[in-house]
Write a protein that binds this ligand. Structure first.
Ligand code: GLA
Length: 401
Protein backbone atom coordinates (compact mmCIF):
# COMPACT_ATOMS: atom_id res chain seq x y z
CA UNK A 1 0.00 0.00 0.00
CA UNK A 2 1.21 3.53 -0.78
CA UNK A 3 2.26 5.67 2.16
CA UNK A 4 0.00 8.53 3.13
CA UNK A 5 2.74 10.96 2.05
CA UNK A 6 2.78 9.54 -1.44
CA UNK A 7 -0.99 9.49 -1.66
CA UNK A 8 -1.11 13.10 -0.51
CA UNK A 9 1.50 14.13 -3.09
CA UNK A 10 -0.32 12.25 -5.84
CA UNK A 11 -3.56 13.97 -4.95
CA UNK A 12 -2.39 17.53 -4.38
CA UNK A 13 0.80 17.73 -6.45
CA UNK A 14 2.86 18.90 -3.49
CA UNK A 15 4.37 17.18 -0.46
CA UNK A 16 2.58 17.38 2.89
CA UNK A 17 4.10 19.68 5.52
CA UNK A 18 3.66 16.99 8.13
CA UNK A 19 2.12 13.63 8.97
CA UNK A 20 0.47 12.79 12.31
CA UNK A 21 -0.67 9.48 13.77
CA UNK A 22 -3.30 9.27 16.49
CA UNK A 23 -4.33 5.97 18.10
CA UNK A 24 -7.63 4.38 19.04
CA UNK A 25 -8.17 3.44 22.67
CA UNK A 26 -9.23 0.67 24.96
CA UNK A 27 -10.64 1.24 28.42
CA UNK A 28 -9.72 -1.29 31.09
CA UNK A 29 -12.38 -0.18 33.53
CA UNK A 30 -14.52 2.90 34.34
CA UNK A 31 -17.31 2.99 31.77
CA UNK A 32 -19.84 5.83 31.49
CA UNK A 33 -18.07 7.52 34.37
CA UNK A 34 -16.19 10.21 32.46
CA UNK A 35 -19.15 12.54 32.00
CA UNK A 36 -20.19 11.79 35.58
CA UNK A 37 -17.02 13.19 37.17
CA UNK A 38 -15.68 9.72 37.94
CA UNK A 39 -12.49 7.86 36.99
CA UNK A 40 -11.51 6.00 33.82
CA UNK A 41 -8.55 3.77 33.03
CA UNK A 42 -7.96 3.89 29.26
CA UNK A 43 -4.88 3.23 27.13
CA UNK A 44 -3.92 4.01 23.53
CA UNK A 45 -3.60 1.01 21.20
CA UNK A 46 -1.82 -0.18 18.08
CA UNK A 47 -4.53 0.99 15.70
CA UNK A 48 -4.30 4.46 14.22
CA UNK A 49 -5.72 7.27 12.18
CA UNK A 50 -3.08 9.00 10.07
CA UNK A 51 -3.36 12.45 8.56
CA UNK A 52 -1.09 14.23 6.09
CA UNK A 53 -1.55 17.97 5.96
CA UNK A 54 -0.23 20.87 3.89
CA UNK A 55 -0.97 24.60 3.97
CA UNK A 56 -3.09 26.45 1.43
CA UNK A 57 -3.42 30.20 1.31
CA UNK A 58 -6.93 30.65 -0.04
CA UNK A 59 -8.97 29.90 3.10
CA UNK A 60 -10.27 26.60 1.68
CA UNK A 61 -10.07 23.17 3.28
CA UNK A 62 -9.64 20.27 0.88
CA UNK A 63 -10.36 17.01 2.70
CA UNK A 64 -9.74 13.54 1.31
CA UNK A 65 -10.87 10.36 3.09
CA UNK A 66 -8.53 7.90 1.39
CA UNK A 67 -10.27 4.77 2.69
CA UNK A 68 -13.63 5.97 1.37
CA UNK A 69 -12.38 7.61 -1.81
CA UNK A 70 -14.28 10.78 -0.97
CA UNK A 71 -13.21 14.43 -1.29
CA UNK A 72 -14.99 17.41 0.24
CA UNK A 73 -14.01 21.07 -0.11
CA UNK A 74 -15.28 23.76 2.26
CA UNK A 75 -14.38 27.37 3.08
CA UNK A 76 -12.78 27.72 6.51
CA UNK A 77 -15.06 30.60 7.54
CA UNK A 78 -18.54 29.85 8.78
CA UNK A 79 -18.20 26.12 9.33
CA UNK A 80 -21.33 24.31 10.48
CA UNK A 81 -22.24 20.63 10.94
CA UNK A 82 -22.08 18.74 7.64
CA UNK A 83 -24.28 15.92 6.34
CA UNK A 84 -21.21 13.68 5.91
CA UNK A 85 -20.13 12.56 9.36
CA UNK A 86 -16.38 12.03 8.74
CA UNK A 87 -16.18 15.64 7.60
CA UNK A 88 -17.57 16.76 10.96
CA UNK A 89 -14.63 15.21 12.82
CA UNK A 90 -12.29 17.44 10.83
CA UNK A 91 -14.23 20.69 10.58
CA UNK A 92 -15.44 20.35 14.18
CA UNK A 93 -11.89 20.78 15.46
CA UNK A 94 -11.04 23.39 12.83
CA UNK A 95 -13.98 25.37 14.15
CA UNK A 96 -12.66 24.97 17.70
CA UNK A 97 -9.27 26.28 16.70
CA UNK A 98 -10.25 29.18 14.49
CA UNK A 99 -13.85 30.16 15.11
CA UNK A 100 -15.67 28.85 18.12
CA UNK A 101 -16.41 30.89 21.18
CA UNK A 102 -18.00 27.79 22.61
CA UNK A 103 -14.79 25.86 23.09
CA UNK A 104 -14.32 25.00 26.73
CA UNK A 105 -10.63 25.80 26.87
CA UNK A 106 -10.17 28.39 29.55
CA UNK A 107 -6.71 29.50 28.85
CA UNK A 108 -6.17 29.96 25.16
CA UNK A 109 -3.89 32.92 25.31
CA UNK A 110 -3.22 33.27 21.63
CA UNK A 111 -6.49 34.67 20.30
CA UNK A 112 -4.94 37.41 18.21
CA UNK A 113 -2.47 35.22 16.36
CA UNK A 114 -5.31 32.75 15.76
CA UNK A 115 -7.50 35.37 14.15
CA UNK A 116 -4.65 36.49 11.96
CA UNK A 117 -3.74 32.93 11.10
CA UNK A 118 -7.31 32.26 10.08
CA UNK A 119 -7.06 34.61 7.11
CA UNK A 120 -4.46 32.41 5.48
CA UNK A 121 -5.33 29.13 7.11
CA UNK A 122 -6.59 26.95 4.36
CA UNK A 123 -5.14 23.45 4.15
CA UNK A 124 -5.12 20.20 2.24
CA UNK A 125 -5.57 17.05 4.26
CA UNK A 126 -5.65 13.30 3.61
CA UNK A 127 -7.00 10.92 6.25
CA UNK A 128 -6.71 7.16 6.47
CA UNK A 129 -6.62 4.56 9.21
CA UNK A 130 -6.93 1.01 10.43
CA UNK A 131 -9.17 1.56 13.46
CA UNK A 132 -12.33 -0.42 12.70
CA UNK A 133 -15.22 2.04 12.43
CA UNK A 134 -18.12 1.75 14.88
CA UNK A 135 -16.27 -0.86 16.93
CA UNK A 136 -16.08 1.31 20.04
CA UNK A 137 -12.34 1.95 19.62
CA UNK A 138 -12.78 5.71 19.18
CA UNK A 139 -11.85 6.15 15.57
CA UNK A 140 -13.69 9.48 15.56
CA UNK A 141 -11.72 10.82 18.52
CA UNK A 142 -8.53 9.67 16.80
CA UNK A 143 -9.42 11.68 13.68
CA UNK A 144 -10.18 14.75 15.77
CA UNK A 145 -6.95 14.45 17.75
CA UNK A 146 -4.83 13.82 14.67
CA UNK A 147 -6.23 16.90 12.91
CA UNK A 148 -5.90 19.11 16.00
CA UNK A 149 -2.36 17.96 16.64
CA UNK A 150 -1.47 18.60 13.00
CA UNK A 151 -2.97 22.12 13.03
CA UNK A 152 -1.24 22.82 16.33
CA UNK A 153 2.12 21.93 14.78
CA UNK A 154 1.45 23.52 11.42
CA UNK A 155 0.52 26.92 12.84
CA UNK A 156 2.63 26.81 16.02
CA UNK A 157 -0.46 27.25 18.21
CA UNK A 158 1.01 25.90 21.47
CA UNK A 159 -2.10 24.13 22.73
CA UNK A 160 -1.34 21.57 25.43
CA UNK A 161 -2.49 17.99 24.95
CA UNK A 162 -5.19 18.50 27.58
CA UNK A 163 -6.45 21.65 25.85
CA UNK A 164 -6.62 19.70 22.61
CA UNK A 165 -8.57 16.90 24.33
CA UNK A 166 -11.11 19.44 25.59
CA UNK A 167 -11.39 21.06 22.17
CA UNK A 168 -11.91 17.70 20.46
CA UNK A 169 -14.60 16.86 23.00
CA UNK A 170 -16.37 20.16 22.30
CA UNK A 171 -16.11 19.48 18.57
CA UNK A 172 -17.80 16.12 19.04
CA UNK A 173 -20.61 17.77 21.01
CA UNK A 174 -21.20 20.56 18.53
CA UNK A 175 -20.47 18.94 15.16
CA UNK A 176 -21.10 15.22 15.69
CA UNK A 177 -23.97 15.70 18.15
CA UNK A 178 -22.71 13.21 20.75
CA UNK A 179 -22.46 14.59 24.28
CA UNK A 180 -19.45 12.40 25.00
CA UNK A 181 -17.09 12.64 27.93
CA UNK A 182 -13.39 13.37 27.61
CA UNK A 183 -11.99 9.84 27.87
CA UNK A 184 -11.50 8.98 24.19
CA UNK A 185 -9.72 12.16 23.18
CA UNK A 186 -7.72 12.23 26.38
CA UNK A 187 -6.50 8.66 25.83
CA UNK A 188 -5.62 9.16 22.18
CA UNK A 189 -3.52 12.22 23.01
CA UNK A 190 -1.93 11.05 26.27
CA UNK A 191 -1.25 7.36 25.64
CA UNK A 192 2.12 5.88 26.61
CA UNK A 193 3.52 2.52 25.63
CA UNK A 194 2.55 -0.28 28.04
CA UNK A 195 0.77 2.10 30.38
CA UNK A 196 -2.87 2.65 31.26
CA UNK A 197 -3.88 6.09 32.47
CA UNK A 198 -6.05 6.69 35.49
CA UNK A 199 -7.87 9.93 34.70
CA UNK A 200 -9.77 11.79 37.37
CA UNK A 201 -12.52 13.23 35.18
CA UNK A 202 -13.32 15.84 37.80
CA UNK A 203 -9.93 17.48 38.30
CA UNK A 204 -8.41 16.13 35.04
CA UNK A 205 -5.37 14.97 37.04
CA UNK A 206 -3.94 11.72 35.69
CA UNK A 207 -1.51 8.98 36.65
CA UNK A 208 0.20 6.38 34.47
CA UNK A 209 0.05 2.72 35.53
CA UNK A 210 2.42 0.20 33.95
CA UNK A 211 0.43 -2.73 32.58
CA UNK A 212 2.46 -5.88 32.92
CA UNK A 213 0.35 -8.71 31.67
CA UNK A 214 3.16 -11.27 31.38
CA UNK A 215 1.38 -14.46 30.31
CA UNK A 216 -1.81 -12.64 29.36
CA UNK A 217 -2.99 -10.64 26.35
CA UNK A 218 -5.66 -8.04 25.86
CA UNK A 219 -8.03 -9.36 23.23
CA UNK A 220 -10.97 -7.47 21.77
CA UNK A 221 -13.91 -9.39 20.35
CA UNK A 222 -15.84 -7.32 17.84
CA UNK A 223 -19.57 -8.05 17.70
CA UNK A 224 -19.72 -6.39 14.26
CA UNK A 225 -22.83 -4.62 15.52
CA UNK A 226 -22.98 -0.89 14.91
CA UNK A 227 -26.13 0.21 16.63
CA UNK A 228 -27.96 3.22 15.27
CA UNK A 229 -29.25 3.75 18.81
CA UNK A 230 -25.83 4.40 20.25
CA UNK A 231 -25.65 8.19 20.14
CA UNK A 232 -29.27 8.95 21.05
CA UNK A 233 -29.26 6.46 23.95
CA UNK A 234 -25.88 7.80 25.04
CA UNK A 235 -27.30 11.31 25.33
CA UNK A 236 -30.33 9.91 27.17
CA UNK A 237 -28.11 8.18 29.75
CA UNK A 238 -26.34 11.43 30.35
CA UNK A 239 -29.65 13.20 30.98
CA UNK A 240 -30.90 10.43 33.29
CA UNK A 241 -27.75 10.78 35.38
CA UNK A 242 -28.16 14.55 35.54
CA UNK A 243 -31.76 14.06 36.68
CA UNK A 244 -30.72 11.67 39.44
CA UNK A 245 -27.92 13.96 40.59
CA UNK A 246 -30.35 16.87 40.86
CA UNK A 247 -32.78 14.86 43.00
CA UNK A 248 -29.98 13.84 45.36
CA UNK A 249 -28.67 17.41 45.56
CA UNK A 250 -32.11 18.61 46.67
CA UNK A 251 -31.78 16.49 49.79
CA UNK A 252 -28.02 16.65 50.31
CA UNK A 253 -26.73 20.15 49.64
CA UNK A 254 -23.09 19.08 50.04
CA UNK A 255 -23.28 16.84 46.95
CA UNK A 256 -21.62 18.61 44.02
CA UNK A 257 -21.03 15.70 41.61
CA UNK A 258 -21.39 11.89 41.48
CA UNK A 259 -18.09 11.68 43.32
CA UNK A 260 -19.77 12.89 46.49
CA UNK A 261 -22.67 10.41 46.37
CA UNK A 262 -22.85 7.27 48.52
CA UNK A 263 -24.83 4.16 47.62
CA UNK A 264 -26.95 4.83 50.66
CA UNK A 265 -27.92 8.26 49.32
CA UNK A 266 -28.89 6.64 46.02
CA UNK A 267 -31.18 4.28 47.93
CA UNK A 268 -32.68 7.02 50.09
CA UNK A 269 -33.38 9.45 47.26
CA UNK A 270 -33.95 7.36 44.17
CA UNK A 271 -35.23 3.86 45.00
CA UNK A 272 -38.56 4.07 43.25
CA UNK A 273 -41.30 1.95 41.86
CA UNK A 274 -42.48 3.92 38.85
CA UNK A 275 -40.84 3.07 35.57
CA UNK A 276 -39.02 6.31 34.72
CA UNK A 277 -37.94 6.71 38.36
CA UNK A 278 -36.61 3.17 38.35
CA UNK A 279 -34.42 3.92 35.37
CA UNK A 280 -32.88 6.98 37.02
CA UNK A 281 -32.26 4.91 40.15
CA UNK A 282 -30.56 2.12 38.21
CA UNK A 283 -28.36 4.50 36.20
CA UNK A 284 -27.18 6.33 39.31
CA UNK A 285 -26.60 3.14 41.28
CA UNK A 286 -24.39 1.84 38.49
CA UNK A 287 -22.38 5.07 38.25
CA UNK A 288 -21.74 5.28 41.98
CA UNK A 289 -20.71 1.59 42.07
CA UNK A 290 -18.46 1.96 39.04
CA UNK A 291 -16.67 5.03 40.41
CA UNK A 292 -15.89 3.03 43.53
CA UNK A 293 -14.92 -0.06 41.53
CA UNK A 294 -12.31 1.78 39.45
CA UNK A 295 -10.57 3.01 42.60
CA UNK A 296 -10.45 -0.53 43.97
CA UNK A 297 -9.33 -1.91 40.61
CA UNK A 298 -6.37 0.45 40.61
CA UNK A 299 -5.37 -0.96 43.99
CA UNK A 300 -5.49 -4.43 42.41
CA UNK A 301 -3.15 -3.18 39.70
CA UNK A 302 -0.76 -1.77 42.29
CA UNK A 303 -0.69 -5.15 44.05
CA UNK A 304 -0.32 -6.98 40.75
CA UNK A 305 -3.52 -8.89 41.53
CA UNK A 306 -4.90 -9.33 38.02
CA UNK A 307 -7.36 -12.01 39.17
CA UNK A 308 -9.13 -9.47 41.36
CA UNK A 309 -8.89 -6.85 38.61
CA UNK A 310 -10.47 -9.21 36.08
CA UNK A 311 -13.31 -10.03 38.45
CA UNK A 312 -14.17 -6.35 38.61
CA UNK A 313 -14.31 -6.21 34.81
CA UNK A 314 -17.05 -8.85 34.91
CA UNK A 315 -18.87 -6.85 37.61
CA UNK A 316 -18.71 -3.77 35.41
CA UNK A 317 -20.28 -5.72 32.59
CA UNK A 318 -23.13 -6.88 34.79
CA UNK A 319 -23.78 -3.29 35.86
CA UNK A 320 -23.64 -1.97 32.30
CA UNK A 321 -25.98 -4.69 31.12
CA UNK A 322 -28.55 -4.81 33.96
CA UNK A 323 -28.51 -1.34 35.50
CA UNK A 324 -27.16 1.03 32.88
CA UNK A 325 -28.74 -0.97 30.03
CA UNK A 326 -26.21 -0.13 27.33
CA UNK A 327 -25.32 -3.70 26.37
CA UNK A 328 -26.96 -5.82 23.67
CA UNK A 329 -27.52 -9.58 23.25
CA UNK A 330 -24.32 -9.99 21.22
CA UNK A 331 -22.11 -8.30 23.84
CA UNK A 332 -23.77 -10.26 26.65
CA UNK A 333 -23.27 -13.48 24.70
CA UNK A 334 -19.55 -12.86 24.25
CA UNK A 335 -19.01 -12.04 27.92
CA UNK A 336 -21.09 -14.94 29.23
CA UNK A 337 -19.32 -17.36 26.90
CA UNK A 338 -15.95 -16.70 28.57
CA UNK A 339 -17.19 -16.01 32.11
CA UNK A 340 -16.28 -19.40 33.54
CA UNK A 341 -13.18 -19.99 31.48
CA UNK A 342 -10.17 -20.35 33.77
CA UNK A 343 -7.93 -18.81 31.11
CA UNK A 344 -9.94 -15.58 31.02
CA UNK A 345 -9.22 -13.19 33.88
CA UNK A 346 -11.81 -10.61 32.93
CA UNK A 347 -14.21 -9.60 30.18
CA UNK A 348 -16.76 -6.87 29.62
CA UNK A 349 -18.34 -4.70 27.02
CA UNK A 350 -16.27 -1.61 26.32
CA UNK A 351 -17.10 1.98 25.40
CA UNK A 352 -20.52 3.53 24.80
CA UNK A 353 -22.28 0.20 24.18
CA UNK A 354 -25.08 -1.19 21.97
CA UNK A 355 -22.44 -2.97 19.90
CA UNK A 356 -18.73 -2.66 19.34
CA UNK A 357 -16.21 -4.77 21.22
CA UNK A 358 -15.74 -6.67 24.43
CA UNK A 359 -12.36 -6.36 26.13
CA UNK A 360 -10.87 -9.58 27.50
CA UNK A 361 -7.75 -10.49 29.43
CA UNK A 362 -6.84 -13.95 28.20
CA UNK A 363 -3.93 -16.29 28.86
CA UNK A 364 -1.62 -16.10 25.84
CA UNK A 365 -1.45 -19.85 25.38
CA UNK A 366 -5.26 -20.07 25.26
CA UNK A 367 -6.02 -17.13 22.94
CA UNK A 368 -6.08 -19.17 19.76
CA UNK A 369 -8.27 -21.93 21.11
CA UNK A 370 -10.73 -19.56 22.81
CA UNK A 371 -11.00 -17.34 19.74
CA UNK A 372 -11.66 -20.30 17.49
CA UNK A 373 -14.33 -21.79 19.74
CA UNK A 374 -15.97 -18.42 20.38
CA UNK A 375 -16.08 -17.53 16.68
CA UNK A 376 -17.92 -20.76 15.91
CA UNK A 377 -20.38 -20.31 18.79
CA UNK A 378 -21.00 -16.67 17.94
CA UNK A 379 -21.58 -17.46 14.33
CA UNK A 380 -24.05 -20.17 15.22
CA UNK A 381 -25.96 -18.13 17.80
CA UNK A 382 -25.91 -14.68 16.21
CA UNK A 383 -25.34 -15.46 12.52
CA UNK A 384 -22.49 -12.98 12.41
CA UNK A 385 -18.76 -13.21 11.89
CA UNK A 386 -16.68 -12.45 14.97
CA UNK A 387 -13.58 -10.32 14.47
CA UNK A 388 -10.88 -10.17 17.07
CA UNK A 389 -7.87 -7.97 17.74
CA UNK A 390 -4.96 -8.85 19.99
CA UNK A 391 -3.94 -5.38 21.08
CA UNK A 392 -0.80 -3.81 22.43
CA UNK A 393 -0.67 -0.56 24.39
CA UNK A 394 1.15 2.20 22.51
CA UNK A 395 2.09 5.88 22.54
CA UNK A 396 -0.47 8.63 21.96
CA UNK A 397 -0.74 11.16 19.12
CA UNK A 398 2.61 11.95 17.52
CA UNK A 399 4.35 13.34 14.46
CA UNK A 400 5.58 10.78 11.94
CA UNK A 401 9.01 11.69 10.67
C1 GLA B 1 -17.94 6.67 24.58
C2 GLA B 1 -17.71 8.14 24.92
C3 GLA B 1 -16.81 8.28 26.14
C4 GLA B 1 -17.30 7.43 27.30
C5 GLA B 1 -17.65 6.02 26.85
C6 GLA B 1 -18.31 5.24 27.93
O1 GLA B 1 -16.75 6.08 24.18
O2 GLA B 1 -17.15 8.81 23.83
O3 GLA B 1 -16.70 9.63 26.51
O4 GLA B 1 -18.40 8.05 27.93
O5 GLA B 1 -18.47 6.00 25.71
O6 GLA B 1 -17.46 5.05 29.01
Amino acid sequence: MLSIRTQFSNHFNHNPDLVVKSPGRINLIGEHTDYNHGFVLPAAIDKYIEVAIGKRTDGAIHMVALDLGETIILPINNLSPHATQWVNYIIGVVDQVFNSKENNVDSIENNTPLNETKLVAGFNICVQGNIPLGAGLSSSAAVECAVLFALNELYGLSFSRMQMALMAQAAEHIFAGVKCGIMDMFASLHGQKNKAILLDCDSLAFTYYPIELNDYSIVLFDTQIKHALASSEYNTRRLECEQGLKIIQEKYASVKTFRDISLEQVEVCLASKDVSGLKVYQRCKYVVEEILRVQLAVQDLEKGDMQAFGKKMFETHTGLSNLYEVSCPELDFLVEAVANNENVLGARMMGGGFGGCTINIIKKTAVEEITKALSAKYNQAMHKELSYYITSIEDGTHLVS
